[in-house]
Write a protein that binds this ligand. Structure first.
Ligand code: ADA
Length: 562
């Protein structure tokens, strides 16, 4: 499944989960040697998955070719959706090129016609990173995974109608649900099609209209609905609605919930009520699965996050698996969605290619995640050089991109430039990352927050990262020993107590939920600061075993609820 619910009952859906053939192409000769007609024999690799967890492949960064055979029945058209391929994908069907995509955490789909029977799908994947053209760059503090990391879905469309896309923008205003709808409808047949399109909300028709499309033609329908008798979606009390759009024999199902997000001076309000953000930063990472966690492990992470008493997750630092967002929707956990613009300099962002790629990623993420009520904010970047004019220009551009699609969420970015930052006016919420007590000791947290509250002015201020590394199981008797579980406990509890006591702080995200594999750096230098080649600042380790800090933080967060 690529979502936690069925997305169509009219299409024949098959997921290509399972063992595919995978072969490395370190010299990148596959194009010339025509591997798209069938790569040389490789090894079995699980899809969705990362190749790095295969024996001997941990640090493989380069090109590799996946292939898989699948069978379709007679149908009007076939749609193949890739949930994510990290990072560059080129796709062939029976030796013919059918699509390509760049952007390692975002989906792409292709529509084709196939004769009934067996077909060969070949995917060339390139996970190389560099400092001038890729997002993220090769300067990273997480692992450079590669592979077909999210589900591949083959859908047989019976036609004649086809709902190619459905975008729902939910809001909750004056006790009514507001739903902005944009859908792309296609006539797959070679005859004119005159049929009504119909939108249902939990089985009730809320809009129906005839739509005539010429042979092979497409059209966009866009409208807004004001809905009575809608129960709002609330943090901790999530009410979800199933939306089904039908046209000419095809249907597409989405899910949404109605709530209003806004800021009032230093507070974030949901449905008019102030909500203090008690969050964790979470990477998609697991020793066995890398970035391709199966759904039950996503759910287990959320069990722990809920048990902690947290109410929010920052999807650091890239678009998360839509199933994780579905689970957040279902549990009433708030979510901040981010693109992987991580620590880019002004010089780097001077590039049109990078700005275009960032813009495309932002557009695709907003388009993909817009129906999720859990998503309350879009984050444009993390720790980029927001003191430079080049990054400011990129941020302006990203903000405009978001505003073209969505005017219902908050926009932000995570800054570590403190009083040098020149972009906070572009953020509805100022998010600051700082590591006082870990990397830096020149200010106390209190002094830092005083300064930042003054600097950002009358808008919500969130500490989007803070934390300390702790090696699971390393307990010490002496105070203030870095890397010990005790030191992490002390730092996190002191910080959280302070954040919760301050009126000028709207919340925090602990860095980080679990220990994660990290990049060793091109010459291995980063590994020197990252024992075990891991970022050890998790409050649980990579196997989700609780460190000492977990229960102490839990006590603070739960105490705050009573
Ligand atoms: C940064 C960065 C995180 C992580 C963290 C750390 O703030 O945003 O991705 O690298 O530092 O652990 O040092």
């Amino acid at each position: 499944m690529h979502r936690t619910f069925v997305t169509s009952f009219t299409r024949r859906q098959q997921y290509l989960d399972g063992f595919w053939q995978l072969v490395q192409d370190p010299q990148d000769v596959g194009f010339d040697e025509q591997w798209h007609h069938g790569p040389p024999p490789g090894r079995a690799a699980w899809v969705p998955g990362v190749w790095n967890t295969l024996s001997g492949w941990l640090h493989y960064e380069g090109v590799a070719w996946y292939s898989q055979r699948f069978t379709v029945q007679a149908c009007q058209a076939v749609r193949i959706t890739f949930g994510a391929v990290t990072h560059q994908a080129n796709v062939w069907l029976d030796g013919e090129p059918v699509g390509q995509h760049y952007g390692g955490w975002l989906p792409f789909a292709l529509l084709t016609q196939l004769a009934p029977g067996e077909h060969l799908l070949v995917v060339r994947v390139d996970n190389r990173h560099d400092m001038t053209a890729t997002i993220p760059s090769s300067h990273l503090d997480w692992f450079r995974y590669g592979g077909i990391t999210r589900p591949v879905l083959v859908e047989e469309l019976a036609g004649p109608g086809y709902v190619a896309a459905l975008r729902l923008v939910p809001d909750w205003v004056d006790g009514q649900g507001i739903l902005k709808v944009r859908a792309e409808l296609t006539n797959l047949s070679d005859r004119p099609l005159e049929a009504p399109f119909e939108l249902q909300l939990d089985g009730q028709t809320v809009k129906a209209e005839p739509r005539k499309l010429g042979a092979g033609a497409s059209d966009v329908v866009a409208f807004a609905l004001r809905l009575d008798d809608i129960e709002p979606w609330e943090p901790g009390a999530p009410r979800l609605y199933t939306c089904c759009l039908r046209y000419g024999g095809d249907e597409l199902i989405e899910r949404t919930g109605f709530r209003h997000v806004c800021v009032e001076r230093r507070h974030i309000l949901i449905n008019g009520k102030p909500v203090f953000i008690k969050g964790v930063n979470r990477h998609e990472d697991h020793p066995e699965w890398g970035a391709a966690l199966p759904e039950h492990l996503m759910a287990r992470d959320l069990d722990l996050i809920e048990d902690l008493g947290a109410n929010a997750v920052r999807g650091s630092h890239y678009p998360n698996d839509p199933r994780f967002l579905d689970l957040c929707d279902e549990r009433g956990i708030l979510f901040v969605a981010e693109i992987p613009l991580w620590q880019f300099s002004g010089e780097q962002m001077d590039s049109n290619l990078l700005t275009d790629r960032a813009t495309a990623m932002m557009w695709a993420m907003v388009e993909r995640d817009i129906s999720h009520p859990a998503v309350i904010a879009w984050s444009m970047s993390n720790e980029c050089a927001t003191e430079t004019s080049q990054v400011r220009l990129a941020m302006e551009h990203l903000r405009e991109t978001i505003e073209q699609i969505d005017d219902t969420r908050l926009i932000t970015f995570a800054s570590h430039r403190a009083e040098q930052d020149i972009c906070f006016d572009l953020a509805d919420v100022a998010c600051v990352n700082a590591y006082y007590g870990w990397y830096r000791h020149d200010l106390t947290w209190g002094q830092f927050l005083d300064r930042m509250a003054r600097y950002v002015g009358d808008k919500p201020l969130i500490v989007s990262e803070f934390g300390a590394g702790a090696l699971y199981g390393w307990r010490v008797a002496e105070p203030d020993v870095i890397w010990s579980e005790e030191y992490q406990l002390k730092l996190l509890t002191e910080c959280i107590s302070l954040f919760m006591a301050r009126d000028d702080c709207a919340g925090f995200f602990i860095w980080q939920f679990c220990d994660t594999r990290t990049d060793r750096g091109d010459d291995g230098h980063r590994a020197l600061m990252r024992p075990r080649h891991m970022n050890n600042k998790g409050i649980v380790d990579e196997y989700r075993r609780k460190k000492l800090a977990f229960d102490a933080v839990r006590a603070l967060l739960r105490d705050d609820e009573s």
